[in-house]
Ligand binder design. Structure first.
Ligand code: CP
Length: 318
């Protein structure tokens, strides 16, 4: 299969322009799963180095990129707390840091998470080697979108004719933006119901773009009867860090738990539907839901390992 990712940065979901691109990556991800589950050594990236630079907290993305590179045999330079412990704390520009990391480590690829919306573009512009966006500001989380879609495909075996409810902080959350855009590339007859407090609605430009691309959109401020209709409920947390930055903690306290998914809600969902969440959760899905077969947010995390292995391999090997 054609490898469109080879030797390129992956910084935006807008770079995914065809279903074929997605399917070829997912085919590699399927192979990655087999390698991981076999327990045998598999080192196609032996001798290579991947730097993982995080300026914002992370459990999943940091560890799964690090594990993905290591499981492929690459040497990993993993640095979190970049804001405090790199020379960024002394005022070094992102461009200089990216150049420095390549020079000091010989990294063949750099994964970055950063609070600025355009950080990955800036990093890729300065970098001698491919840059992968592990989450940029409020705007993009393009590898999360791929792993979310991979999870959906593994459950339903299709991209068409899906109804997804995206719930919570649709204003600051970056995952729903990347996933909803990706769905327009691969699927037909997609329906998205955005459910949030009015203060946290999805950006108007996003809604306009999705409608232009044929997605049926509705916006609600309560669950209503939607849960009975959807294939996927995609929960998100209200993003405290952005309220803190804007000095709006009272608003955060008021909005943070407007939508809590309880077992009584899941009981209304179709038997074949699933609950997803990019995680972390901070109260918006009760623990009582975890044992329901529709709770797919833990499986979703494992998709991240396989998809990120596939992406790193595709970027670094022809
Ligand atoms: N989904 C996600 O990006 O999780 P982390 O912030 O833990 O990486």
């Amino acid at each position: 299969m054609k490898n469109d990712f080879y030797n390129k940065s992956y910084i935006s979901i807008d770079q995914i322009t065809s279903k074929e691109q997605v399917m070829s990556l997912f085919a590699v991800a399927n192979t990655m799963e087999k390698h991981v589950l076999s327990g045998k050594v598999y080192e196609p990236l032996k001798g290579m180095c991947v730097a993982v630079l995080f300026y914002q907290p992370s459990t999943r993305t940091f560890t799964s990129f690090s594990a993905a590179a290591k499981r492929l045999g690459a040497y990993v330079i993993g640095l979190n707390e970049m804001n405090s412990f790199s020379s960024a704390a002394k005022g070094e520009s992102l461009e200089d840091t990216i150049k420095a990391i390549h020079q000091t480590t010989g990294a063949n690829a750099i994964v970055i998470r950063h609070p600025d919306d355009n950080s990955s573009e800036v990093a890729a512009g300065a970098s001698y080697v491919p840059v992968v966006n592990g989450g940029s500001g409020k705007k993009e989380h393009p590898t999360q979108a791929l792993l979310d879609l991979y999870t959906i495909y593994r459950k339903f075996g299709r991209f068409n004719n899906l109804h997804i409810a995206m719930v919570g902080d649709l204003k600051f959350g970056r995952t729903i933006k990347s996933l909803s855009k990706l769905l327009t590339v691969v699927g037909e007859k997609i329906t998205i119901t955005f459910i949030s407090p009015k203060e946290l609605r999805a950006p108007k430009e996003l809604i306009k773009e999705l409608k232009e691309k044929g997605v049926t959109i509705s916006q609600k401020s309560q669950f209503g009867h939607v849960l009975e209709e959807v294939d996927v409920v995609y929960m998100t947390r209200v993003q405290k860090e952005w309220f803190e930055k804007e000095g709006k903690m009272e608003e955060y306290e008021r909005l943070k738990l407007k939508f809590i998914l309880e077992q009584k809600h899941v009981d209304k969902m179709k038997k074949e539907s699933i609950v997803m969440h990019p995680l972390p959760r901070v109260g918006e899905i009760l623990l009582e839901v975890d044992n329901d077969p529709r709770a797919w947010y833990f499986k979703q995390m494992r998709s991240g390992l396989y998809v990120r292995m596939a992406l790193l391999k595709s970027i670094l090997l022809k």
